[in-house]
Design a protein around this ligand. Structure first.
Ligand SMILES: Nc1ncnc2c1ncn2[C@@H]1O[C@H](COP(=O)(O)OP(=O)(O)OP(=O)(O)O)[C@@H](O)[C@H]1O
Ligand SMILES: [Mg+2]
Length: 357
């Protein structure tokens, strides 16, 4: 039977009004005010539009999709709804000058304790964010004991160009490490000033391009490298890695307190190597006692160690493994928290004195 084609009764105004009731679940503002809705097209009552996320790793895409569909459905005559996704990672407004051109956000992976899995978390996080579509760099700031190239399976970096170092690239991540510049058996014995200048060079003399996230793998402890980084770069924040034991959490706490002193926000806590051997729980306890987010629990699994030794991190070697799934969840939460911080910095929490009364 012939059915008369109706002209669109659905208008862009109605669509935008409906979408202005949909909240970003992390940022707690509506999608329209946040400028996240783009390219609304209405064709015979079928609606297509793009949601521009603040990170391609957004863990709550599904929630936003459902909420948007629910908000649009009461519009009279509403046809189908097609949502396209895009992202534009907000920049940390405190990173200025030349460094601000390269790095929208800088994320340090830290712990007061050695051997807890900082490098493992750094490489996997970088890979997972890049897999989602973000532009990611990985800086091996463990100048005296660089492990990133081995874990990423990278032997060397390309030759310099125009007096700039060119980062090596693997799994979609740009990587710089001191290991590219010294022989494996050549120990570096450097004092603070030399560490400072090495870190400075790795940040400024490298053709980084424009990155959404620079992940920084830190050496253990609370020493010169941490101090230098906080001085040169406003760090967007630090992810603190702890093992599940109480003693490990005590060391992690020292690292956390140092960053607080340096005015570096603590993004959250990751517990690594959880399971029968080391137990579980110190990470959540630390997050609770320090009132910071808990990002997740990564199990102790042989495949994680093998992935590190073979230069094929677990995120690529076995993406469905329990550890890789846990790391993916951590990556989403880190990215979401960075978005929230970028948003909060834009909205001053104080009222300027002259505006009162
Ligand atoms: N969840 C895990 N399961 C099994 N092995 C792991 C896990 N996490 C890390 N490892 C292994 O433990 C060792 C130490 O990890 P890693 O080098 O990442 O720690 P780190 O904190 O960076 O150490 P350092 O303080 O020396 O820099 C590595 O061999 C790594 O492959
Ligand atoms: Mg390390």
């Amino acid at each position: 039977m012939f059915k008369k084609k109706t002209t669109s009764s659905v208008t862009e105004e109605a669509v935008m009004a409906a979408l202005s009731t949909v909240m970003d679940p992390e940022l707690h503002q509506d999608l329209v005010s946040l400028g996240m809705i783009r390219d609304v097209e209405i064709d015979n009552n079928d609606v297509t539009f793009t949601i521009v996320l603040t990170t391609p790793s957004c863990p709550l895409k599904g929630v936003m999709q459902k909420d948007a569909e629910r908000a649009l459905s009461p519009i009279p005559g509403m046809g189908s709804v097609t949502i396209k996704w895009d992202s534009n990672v907000r920049a940390d407004s405190r990173i200025g000058g030349q460094l601000g051109k390269h790095f929208r956000n800088t994320i340090a992976i830290s712990s007061g304790k050695g051997g807890v899995g900082k490098t493992t978390v750094s490489v996997n996080l970088a890979i997972l964010l890049a897999q989602d579509g973000a532009r990611v760099g990985l800086l091996d700031a463990d100048i005296l004991g660089p492990n990133v190239p081995m874990m990423m399976g990278i032997g060397q970096m390309p030759p310099p160009r125009n007096q700039k170092l060119i980062p090596a690239e693997r799994f979609g991540v740009k990587v710089i490490s001191m290991a590219f510049m010294v022989k494996p058996d050549q120990p570096l014995i450097w004092r603070g000033a030399m560490l400072h200048s090495a870190i400075n060079q790795l940040l400024t003399d490298v053709e980084w391009g424009e990155l959404d996230y620079l992940i920084i793998d830190l050496p253990p402890g609370t020493g010169d490298v941490q101090l230098t980084l906080a001085q040169i770069l406003p760090l967007t924040g630090s992810v603190v890695v702890t093992q599940p034991m109480k003693v490990a959490a005590a060391d992690a706490l020292r690292g956390l307190k140092m960053f607080e002193k340096l005015d570096v926000p603590i993004l959250g806590i990751v517990e690594n190597m959880s399971g029968d051997l080391f137990g579980t729980g110190a990470g959540t306890a630390l997050a609770e006692s320090e009132s910071v987010p808990y990002f997740g629990t990564i199990p102790l699994q042989t495949a994680v160690r093998v992935g590190g030794d073979d230069g094929e991190p677990i995120a690529v070697a076995d993406p469905k493994s329990e550890a890789a799934v846990a790391l993916r969840e951590v990556a989403g939460k880190v990215a979401a928290r960075v978005s929230v911080l970028a948003m909060q910095k834009k909205t001053p929490s104080f009222i300027p004195i002259e505006m009162v009364g």
